[in-house]
Design a binder for this molecule. Structure first.
Ligand SMILES: N[C@@H](CCSC[C@H]1O[C@@H](n2cnc3c(=O)[nH]cnc32)[C@H](O)[C@@H]1O)C(=O)O
Ligand SMILES: [Zn+2]
Length: 432
Protein backbone atom coordinates (compact mmCIF):
# COMPACT_ATOMS: atom_id res chain seq x y z
CA UNK A 1 0.00 0.00 0.00
CA UNK A 2 1.40 3.39 -1.02
CA UNK A 3 -0.30 6.64 -0.01
CA UNK A 4 0.84 9.98 -1.37
CA UNK A 5 -0.03 13.20 0.44
CA UNK A 6 0.58 15.99 -2.04
CA UNK A 7 0.27 19.74 -2.23
CA UNK A 8 0.75 20.08 1.53
CA UNK A 9 2.73 22.32 3.90
CA UNK A 10 5.10 20.08 5.88
CA UNK A 11 6.67 20.64 9.29
CA UNK A 12 9.00 17.72 9.98
CA UNK A 13 10.00 18.87 13.51
CA UNK A 14 13.57 17.84 12.66
CA UNK A 15 16.05 20.09 14.48
CA UNK A 16 16.49 23.38 12.66
CA UNK A 17 14.20 22.50 9.73
CA UNK A 18 11.61 25.09 8.64
CA UNK A 19 8.24 24.16 7.13
CA UNK A 20 8.08 23.76 3.36
CA UNK A 21 5.52 23.01 0.65
CA UNK A 22 5.86 19.51 -0.71
CA UNK A 23 4.73 15.92 -0.62
CA UNK A 24 5.07 12.85 1.49
CA UNK A 25 4.94 9.21 0.42
CA UNK A 26 3.87 6.46 2.81
CA UNK A 27 4.70 2.83 1.98
CA UNK A 28 2.85 0.40 4.25
CA UNK A 29 3.68 1.52 7.81
CA UNK A 30 6.57 3.89 7.04
CA UNK A 31 7.35 7.22 5.42
CA UNK A 32 9.39 6.36 2.34
CA UNK A 33 9.96 9.81 0.87
CA UNK A 34 9.38 13.39 1.87
CA UNK A 35 10.31 16.59 0.07
CA UNK A 36 9.48 18.97 -2.76
CA UNK A 37 8.95 17.62 -6.29
CA UNK A 38 9.73 14.01 -5.45
CA UNK A 39 10.42 12.05 -8.65
CA UNK A 40 7.49 10.01 -10.08
CA UNK A 41 5.68 9.64 -6.76
CA UNK A 42 2.21 9.91 -8.30
CA UNK A 43 2.78 6.93 -10.52
CA UNK A 44 3.86 4.89 -7.50
CA UNK A 45 0.86 5.64 -5.27
CA UNK A 46 -2.33 3.58 -4.87
CA UNK A 47 -4.00 6.36 -2.92
CA UNK A 48 -3.62 10.13 -3.14
CA UNK A 49 -4.60 12.61 -0.44
CA UNK A 50 -4.84 16.24 -1.51
CA UNK A 51 -3.26 18.31 1.26
CA UNK A 52 -4.35 21.71 -0.04
CA UNK A 53 -4.75 24.14 2.88
CA UNK A 54 -3.40 21.52 5.28
CA UNK A 55 -0.30 21.33 7.42
CA UNK A 56 1.34 17.92 7.92
CA UNK A 57 3.26 17.41 11.15
CA UNK A 58 4.27 14.50 13.38
CA UNK A 59 1.40 13.13 15.48
CA UNK A 60 1.47 14.44 19.04
CA UNK A 61 2.72 12.09 21.76
CA UNK A 62 0.99 12.17 25.12
CA UNK A 63 3.63 11.11 27.64
CA UNK A 64 1.32 10.59 30.63
CA UNK A 65 -2.23 9.25 30.62
CA UNK A 66 -4.71 7.12 32.53
CA UNK A 67 -7.06 6.53 29.61
CA UNK A 68 -10.08 4.89 31.33
CA UNK A 69 -10.36 7.89 33.65
CA UNK A 70 -12.12 9.57 30.72
CA UNK A 71 -15.27 8.04 32.26
CA UNK A 72 -14.61 10.15 35.37
CA UNK A 73 -14.02 13.50 33.68
CA UNK A 74 -15.84 16.31 35.44
CA UNK A 75 -16.89 14.00 38.27
CA UNK A 76 -14.61 15.51 40.91
CA UNK A 77 -13.17 18.91 40.11
CA UNK A 78 -11.98 21.83 42.20
CA UNK A 79 -10.51 19.85 45.10
CA UNK A 80 -7.01 18.85 46.29
CA UNK A 81 -5.18 15.91 44.72
CA UNK A 82 -5.08 13.61 47.75
CA UNK A 83 -8.79 14.24 48.48
CA UNK A 84 -9.64 13.79 44.80
CA UNK A 85 -7.68 10.53 44.68
CA UNK A 86 -8.66 8.94 47.99
CA UNK A 87 -12.30 10.03 48.31
CA UNK A 88 -13.46 10.13 44.70
CA UNK A 89 -11.23 8.35 42.19
CA UNK A 90 -10.28 5.23 44.14
CA UNK A 91 -13.90 4.41 45.19
CA UNK A 92 -15.10 4.99 41.62
CA UNK A 93 -12.23 2.96 40.16
CA UNK A 94 -13.04 0.07 42.51
CA UNK A 95 -16.40 -0.23 40.72
CA UNK A 96 -15.03 -0.31 37.20
CA UNK A 97 -15.43 -3.64 35.43
CA UNK A 98 -13.02 -4.80 32.71
CA UNK A 99 -15.67 -3.78 30.14
CA UNK A 100 -15.86 -0.27 31.65
CA UNK A 101 -12.07 -0.01 31.35
CA UNK A 102 -12.26 -1.04 27.70
CA UNK A 103 -14.89 1.58 26.86
CA UNK A 104 -13.21 4.29 28.96
CA UNK A 105 -9.89 3.65 27.23
CA UNK A 106 -11.59 3.75 23.86
CA UNK A 107 -13.33 7.04 24.74
CA UNK A 108 -9.94 8.60 25.53
CA UNK A 109 -8.48 7.16 22.32
CA UNK A 110 -11.32 8.64 20.26
CA UNK A 111 -10.62 12.03 21.86
CA UNK A 112 -6.88 11.66 21.23
CA UNK A 113 -7.27 10.66 17.58
CA UNK A 114 -9.69 13.58 17.09
CA UNK A 115 -7.20 16.04 18.58
CA UNK A 116 -4.06 14.86 16.78
CA UNK A 117 -2.42 12.47 19.22
CA UNK A 118 -0.97 9.33 17.67
CA UNK A 119 0.88 7.75 20.63
CA UNK A 120 0.58 7.79 24.40
CA UNK A 121 1.98 6.36 27.63
CA UNK A 122 -0.69 4.85 29.84
CA UNK A 123 -0.76 3.63 33.46
CA UNK A 124 -3.81 1.79 34.71
CA UNK A 125 -5.39 -1.57 35.59
CA UNK A 126 -7.10 -4.27 33.46
CA UNK A 127 -4.44 -3.78 30.85
CA UNK A 128 -5.69 -6.59 28.59
CA UNK A 129 -8.76 -4.48 27.90
CA UNK A 130 -6.71 -1.35 27.23
CA UNK A 131 -4.35 -3.28 24.95
CA UNK A 132 -7.34 -4.71 23.05
CA UNK A 133 -8.67 -1.17 22.58
CA UNK A 134 -5.25 -0.03 21.29
CA UNK A 135 -5.18 -2.96 18.90
CA UNK A 136 -8.60 -2.01 17.50
CA UNK A 137 -8.26 1.76 17.36
CA UNK A 138 -4.88 1.60 15.62
CA UNK A 139 -3.04 3.95 18.01
CA UNK A 140 0.53 3.50 19.28
CA UNK A 141 0.89 3.06 23.05
CA UNK A 142 3.31 2.30 25.81
CA UNK A 143 1.30 0.47 28.48
CA UNK A 144 1.94 -0.09 32.18
CA UNK A 145 -0.01 -1.88 34.89
CA UNK A 146 0.03 0.72 37.70
CA UNK A 147 1.40 -0.79 40.90
CA UNK A 148 0.49 0.34 44.39
CA UNK A 149 1.74 -1.59 47.41
CA UNK A 150 -0.54 -0.33 50.15
CA UNK A 151 -1.72 -3.72 51.33
CA UNK A 152 -0.47 -7.26 50.68
CA UNK A 153 -2.22 -8.61 47.58
CA UNK A 154 -0.18 -11.81 47.41
CA UNK A 155 1.70 -10.52 44.36
CA UNK A 156 -1.48 -10.23 42.23
CA UNK A 157 -0.68 -6.80 40.83
CA UNK A 158 2.92 -7.70 39.94
CA UNK A 159 1.73 -10.90 38.26
CA UNK A 160 -0.65 -8.80 36.15
CA UNK A 161 2.19 -6.41 35.28
CA UNK A 162 4.37 -9.31 34.12
CA UNK A 163 1.47 -10.81 32.24
CA UNK A 164 0.91 -7.52 30.36
CA UNK A 165 4.58 -7.48 29.35
CA UNK A 166 4.62 -11.14 28.27
CA UNK A 167 1.40 -10.93 26.32
CA UNK A 168 1.50 -7.52 24.73
CA UNK A 169 5.04 -6.16 24.35
CA UNK A 170 5.63 -5.77 20.59
CA UNK A 171 2.07 -6.78 19.66
CA UNK A 172 -0.45 -5.03 17.36
CA UNK A 173 2.10 -4.77 14.52
CA UNK A 174 4.62 -3.41 17.02
CA UNK A 175 2.34 -0.52 18.05
CA UNK A 176 2.20 -1.70 21.67
CA UNK A 177 5.22 -1.54 23.94
CA UNK A 178 5.22 -1.94 27.72
CA UNK A 179 6.90 -0.58 30.83
CA UNK A 180 6.81 -1.29 34.56
CA UNK A 181 4.54 1.16 36.41
CA UNK A 182 5.23 1.56 40.12
CA UNK A 183 2.65 4.26 40.86
CA UNK A 184 4.53 6.80 43.04
CA UNK A 185 7.05 7.10 45.90
CA UNK A 186 4.18 7.42 48.42
CA UNK A 187 2.47 4.20 47.27
CA UNK A 188 5.61 2.08 46.74
CA UNK A 189 7.80 1.10 49.74
CA UNK A 190 11.53 0.46 49.18
CA UNK A 191 11.52 -3.37 48.98
CA UNK A 192 8.94 -3.86 46.21
CA UNK A 193 10.26 -0.80 44.39
CA UNK A 194 13.82 -2.19 44.46
CA UNK A 195 12.49 -5.46 43.08
CA UNK A 196 10.75 -3.72 40.20
CA UNK A 197 13.85 -1.69 39.38
CA UNK A 198 15.81 -4.96 39.24
CA UNK A 199 13.21 -6.59 36.98
CA UNK A 200 13.12 -3.56 34.66
CA UNK A 201 16.89 -3.59 34.42
CA UNK A 202 16.99 -7.36 33.71
CA UNK A 203 14.28 -7.13 31.05
CA UNK A 204 15.62 -3.85 29.65
CA UNK A 205 12.18 -2.27 30.06
CA UNK A 206 11.47 1.32 31.10
CA UNK A 207 9.75 2.45 34.29
CA UNK A 208 6.84 4.91 34.39
CA UNK A 209 6.23 6.55 37.81
CA UNK A 210 4.63 9.68 39.29
CA UNK A 211 7.11 11.93 41.08
CA UNK A 212 6.92 15.02 43.30
CA UNK A 213 3.47 16.08 42.20
CA UNK A 214 2.39 17.88 45.40
CA UNK A 215 3.89 19.50 48.51
CA UNK A 216 1.98 16.87 50.55
CA UNK A 217 3.93 14.11 48.78
CA UNK A 218 7.24 15.83 49.55
CA UNK A 219 6.25 16.13 53.24
CA UNK A 220 5.08 12.50 53.42
CA UNK A 221 8.35 11.14 52.01
CA UNK A 222 10.39 13.47 54.22
CA UNK A 223 8.59 12.12 57.33
CA UNK A 224 8.88 8.49 56.24
CA UNK A 225 12.36 8.33 54.71
CA UNK A 226 13.95 11.66 55.69
CA UNK A 227 14.69 12.63 52.10
CA UNK A 228 12.98 14.09 49.02
CA UNK A 229 10.89 11.86 46.71
CA UNK A 230 13.60 12.24 44.05
CA UNK A 231 16.38 11.23 46.46
CA UNK A 232 14.22 8.28 47.55
CA UNK A 233 14.13 6.98 43.96
CA UNK A 234 17.79 7.84 43.40
CA UNK A 235 18.87 5.92 46.52
CA UNK A 236 17.16 2.83 45.11
CA UNK A 237 19.25 3.16 41.96
CA UNK A 238 16.35 3.97 39.64
CA UNK A 239 18.04 6.63 37.54
CA UNK A 240 21.08 4.53 36.73
CA UNK A 241 19.32 1.17 36.35
CA UNK A 242 16.38 1.90 34.05
CA UNK A 243 15.06 4.23 31.39
CA UNK A 244 12.55 6.17 33.49
CA UNK A 245 9.48 8.22 32.60
CA UNK A 246 8.84 10.56 35.54
CA UNK A 247 5.35 12.05 35.53
CA UNK A 248 5.06 15.61 36.88
CA UNK A 249 8.34 16.46 38.67
CA UNK A 250 6.73 19.63 40.03
CA UNK A 251 8.49 19.96 43.41
CA UNK A 252 12.15 19.45 42.64
CA UNK A 253 14.95 21.24 44.47
CA UNK A 254 18.22 22.21 42.80
CA UNK A 255 19.75 19.12 44.47
CA UNK A 256 16.96 16.88 43.12
CA UNK A 257 17.55 18.13 39.58
CA UNK A 258 21.26 17.32 39.90
CA UNK A 259 20.30 13.73 40.79
CA UNK A 260 18.50 13.48 37.45
CA UNK A 261 21.52 14.60 35.42
CA UNK A 262 22.45 11.91 32.91
CA UNK A 263 19.32 9.83 33.51
CA UNK A 264 17.86 7.77 30.68
CA UNK A 265 14.29 8.91 29.96
CA UNK A 266 13.13 12.14 31.56
CA UNK A 267 10.14 14.08 32.81
CA UNK A 268 6.59 14.18 31.43
CA UNK A 269 5.35 17.70 32.10
CA UNK A 270 1.56 17.93 32.62
CA UNK A 271 0.81 21.66 32.83
CA UNK A 272 -2.99 21.49 32.56
CA UNK A 273 -3.34 18.89 35.33
CA UNK A 274 -0.77 20.71 37.52
CA UNK A 275 -2.49 24.08 37.16
CA UNK A 276 -6.01 22.74 37.56
CA UNK A 277 -5.07 20.88 40.76
CA UNK A 278 -3.03 23.86 41.96
CA UNK A 279 0.02 21.60 42.33
CA UNK A 280 2.65 24.09 41.25
CA UNK A 281 4.97 24.92 38.38
CA UNK A 282 7.51 22.31 37.31
CA UNK A 283 11.08 23.66 36.90
CA UNK A 284 11.11 22.85 33.19
CA UNK A 285 13.85 25.32 32.24
CA UNK A 286 16.20 24.07 34.99
CA UNK A 287 15.59 20.46 33.93
CA UNK A 288 16.40 21.24 30.30
CA UNK A 289 19.49 23.21 31.38
CA UNK A 290 20.62 20.03 33.17
CA UNK A 291 20.09 18.06 29.92
CA UNK A 292 17.06 16.20 31.26
CA UNK A 293 14.56 15.42 28.49
CA UNK A 294 11.16 17.04 29.08
CA UNK A 295 8.15 15.80 27.13
CA UNK A 296 4.49 16.71 27.39
CA UNK A 297 1.49 14.86 28.78
CA UNK A 298 -2.05 15.62 29.85
CA UNK A 299 -2.56 13.18 32.77
CA UNK A 300 -5.90 11.37 32.83
CA UNK A 301 -9.04 13.33 32.07
CA UNK A 302 -10.30 12.54 35.60
CA UNK A 303 -7.99 15.37 36.68
CA UNK A 304 -7.13 17.33 33.54
CA UNK A 305 -10.66 17.11 31.98
CA UNK A 306 -9.18 17.18 28.49
CA UNK A 307 -6.58 15.08 26.71
CA UNK A 308 -6.28 17.56 23.83
CA UNK A 309 -2.51 17.99 23.58
CA UNK A 310 -2.87 21.35 21.80
CA UNK A 311 -4.30 22.67 25.08
CA UNK A 312 -1.22 21.26 26.84
CA UNK A 313 1.09 22.91 24.34
CA UNK A 314 -0.47 26.33 24.99
CA UNK A 315 -0.51 25.80 28.75
CA UNK A 316 3.16 24.74 28.83
CA UNK A 317 4.27 27.82 26.92
CA UNK A 318 2.09 30.27 28.87
CA UNK A 319 3.08 28.83 32.25
CA UNK A 320 6.82 29.04 31.61
CA UNK A 321 6.66 32.54 30.07
CA UNK A 322 4.60 33.77 33.01
CA UNK A 323 6.91 32.12 35.54
CA UNK A 324 10.03 33.61 33.90
CA UNK A 325 8.35 37.00 33.32
CA UNK A 326 9.88 36.70 29.86
CA UNK A 327 7.96 36.00 26.62
CA UNK A 328 11.11 34.86 24.83
CA UNK A 329 11.42 31.64 26.83
CA UNK A 330 9.84 28.49 25.42
CA UNK A 331 9.28 29.71 21.87
CA UNK A 332 6.72 27.97 19.67
CA UNK A 333 9.16 25.51 18.12
CA UNK A 334 10.37 24.32 21.52
CA UNK A 335 6.92 23.53 22.96
CA UNK A 336 5.96 21.74 19.75
CA UNK A 337 9.16 19.72 20.12
CA UNK A 338 8.20 18.82 23.68
CA UNK A 339 4.90 17.39 22.41
CA UNK A 340 6.52 15.38 19.60
CA UNK A 341 10.24 14.52 19.42
CA UNK A 342 10.93 14.94 23.16
CA UNK A 343 7.89 12.91 24.24
CA UNK A 344 8.98 10.20 21.78
CA UNK A 345 12.28 9.94 23.68
CA UNK A 346 10.42 9.42 26.96
CA UNK A 347 8.47 6.52 25.45
CA UNK A 348 11.77 5.20 24.02
CA UNK A 349 10.23 5.46 20.57
CA UNK A 350 12.35 8.24 19.09
CA UNK A 351 13.90 5.88 16.51
CA UNK A 352 10.36 5.26 15.16
CA UNK A 353 8.28 8.40 15.66
CA UNK A 354 8.28 12.04 16.84
CA UNK A 355 9.59 13.58 13.59
CA UNK A 356 8.66 13.17 9.93
CA UNK A 357 11.58 11.46 8.21
CA UNK A 358 11.98 8.85 5.51
CA UNK A 359 12.39 5.50 7.24
CA UNK A 360 10.37 6.39 10.33
CA UNK A 361 6.87 5.12 11.05
CA UNK A 362 4.10 7.08 9.33
CA UNK A 363 2.54 8.65 12.45
CA UNK A 364 1.28 12.05 11.37
CA UNK A 365 -1.58 14.49 11.33
CA UNK A 366 -3.02 16.98 8.87
CA UNK A 367 -4.21 20.23 10.42
CA UNK A 368 -6.80 22.18 8.45
CA UNK A 369 -5.40 25.73 8.35
CA UNK A 370 -8.13 27.12 6.12
CA UNK A 371 -10.10 28.69 8.97
CA UNK A 372 -10.59 32.26 10.24
CA UNK A 373 -8.66 31.66 13.46
CA UNK A 374 -5.69 30.21 11.53
CA UNK A 375 -5.33 32.83 8.79
CA UNK A 376 -3.14 34.54 7.74
CA UNK A 377 -0.11 32.29 8.13
CA UNK A 378 2.94 34.41 8.99
CA UNK A 379 4.65 31.71 11.07
CA UNK A 380 3.08 28.31 10.97
CA UNK A 381 4.73 27.17 14.22
CA UNK A 382 3.29 30.15 16.09
CA UNK A 383 -0.20 29.23 14.95
CA UNK A 384 0.30 25.57 15.89
CA UNK A 385 1.53 26.48 19.37
CA UNK A 386 -0.81 29.35 20.20
CA UNK A 387 -3.93 29.20 18.01
CA UNK A 388 -4.67 25.65 16.79
CA UNK A 389 -7.20 23.53 18.70
CA UNK A 390 -7.49 19.77 18.63
CA UNK A 391 -10.68 20.12 16.58
CA UNK A 392 -8.66 21.65 13.72
CA UNK A 393 -7.04 18.26 13.07
CA UNK A 394 -8.59 16.85 9.89
CA UNK A 395 -6.64 13.62 9.40
CA UNK A 396 -4.78 11.28 11.76
CA UNK A 397 -2.49 8.52 10.49
CA UNK A 398 -0.71 5.92 12.65
CA UNK A 399 1.62 3.21 11.34
CA UNK A 400 0.60 4.25 7.83
CA UNK A 401 -3.09 3.66 8.49
CA UNK A 402 -5.82 6.31 8.39
CA UNK A 403 -7.55 6.50 11.79
CA UNK A 404 -9.46 9.70 10.97
CA UNK A 405 -10.14 11.56 7.74
CA UNK A 406 -12.32 14.65 7.31
CA UNK A 407 -12.84 14.37 11.12
CA UNK A 408 -14.59 11.02 10.72
CA UNK A 409 -13.21 8.25 12.92
CA UNK A 410 -12.44 5.23 10.76
CA UNK A 411 -11.63 2.58 13.39
CA UNK A 412 -14.23 3.50 16.03
CA UNK A 413 -18.04 3.52 15.94
CA UNK A 414 -18.48 6.90 17.60
CA UNK A 415 -22.22 6.62 18.24
CA UNK A 416 -21.91 3.27 19.99
CA UNK A 417 -18.91 4.56 21.97
CA UNK A 418 -20.76 7.62 23.30
CA UNK A 419 -23.73 5.48 24.27
CA UNK A 420 -21.59 2.96 26.17
CA UNK A 421 -19.58 5.70 27.90
CA UNK A 422 -22.68 7.54 29.11
CA UNK A 423 -24.43 4.55 30.70
CA UNK A 424 -21.26 3.14 32.26
CA UNK A 425 -20.11 6.48 33.68
CA UNK A 426 -23.50 7.02 35.35
CA UNK A 427 -23.45 3.58 36.98
CA UNK A 428 -19.86 3.92 38.25
CA UNK A 429 -20.31 7.21 40.13
CA UNK A 430 -23.84 6.56 41.41
CA UNK A 431 -23.91 7.39 45.15
CA UNK A 432 -20.21 8.31 45.54
N1 LIG B 1 -5.59 1.68 41.97
C1 LIG B 1 -4.87 0.67 41.23
C2 LIG B 1 -3.57 1.22 40.65
C3 LIG B 1 -3.87 2.04 39.46
S1 LIG B 1 -2.51 2.85 38.81
C4 LIG B 1 -3.20 4.32 38.24
C5 LIG B 1 -3.70 5.18 39.37
O1 LIG B 1 -3.21 6.50 39.24
C6 LIG B 1 -4.18 7.36 39.76
N2 LIG B 1 -3.90 8.72 39.29
C7 LIG B 1 -4.41 9.38 38.24
N3 LIG B 1 -3.90 10.61 38.14
C8 LIG B 1 -3.03 10.73 39.15
C9 LIG B 1 -2.20 11.78 39.59
O2 LIG B 1 -2.14 12.87 39.02
N4 LIG B 1 -1.44 11.52 40.68
C10 LIG B 1 -1.48 10.36 41.35
N5 LIG B 1 -2.25 9.35 40.98
C11 LIG B 1 -3.02 9.53 39.89
C12 LIG B 1 -5.47 6.80 39.28
O3 LIG B 1 -6.56 7.23 40.02
C13 LIG B 1 -5.22 5.30 39.38
O4 LIG B 1 -5.72 4.78 40.57
C14 LIG B 1 -4.61 -0.54 42.10
O5 LIG B 1 -4.91 -0.50 43.30
O6 LIG B 1 -4.14 -1.55 41.62
ZN1 LIG C 1 -1.02 10.57 36.60
Amino acid sequence: MRTLIQNVQILTMKKGEKSFHGELLIENDRISAIGTNLPKTEAKANKIIDGKGMLAMPGLINAHQHTPMSLLKGFSDDCKLMEWLEHKMLPAEARMTPEDIYWGAKLAMAEMIKSGTTAFADMYVHMNEIAAAVQETGMRASLTRGLVFMQNDGGKRLTEALDLIDRWHGQADGRITTMFGPHAPYTCPPEPLAEIIKLASQKNLPIHIHLAETVEEVAKIKTKYNCSPTAYLHNLGLFTEAHTLLAHGVHLTHGDIQLLRGMKGGVAHNPVSNMKLGCGIAPVAALIDTSVTVGLGTDGSGSASTVDMFEGIKAAAWMQKMEAGDPSVFPAHQVLEMATAESAKLLRLDHETGTLEAGKKADLILVDMNKPHLQPVHHVESLLAYAVNGSDVDTTIVNGKLLMQGRKLLTIDEEELLHQAAIRARRIVDGI
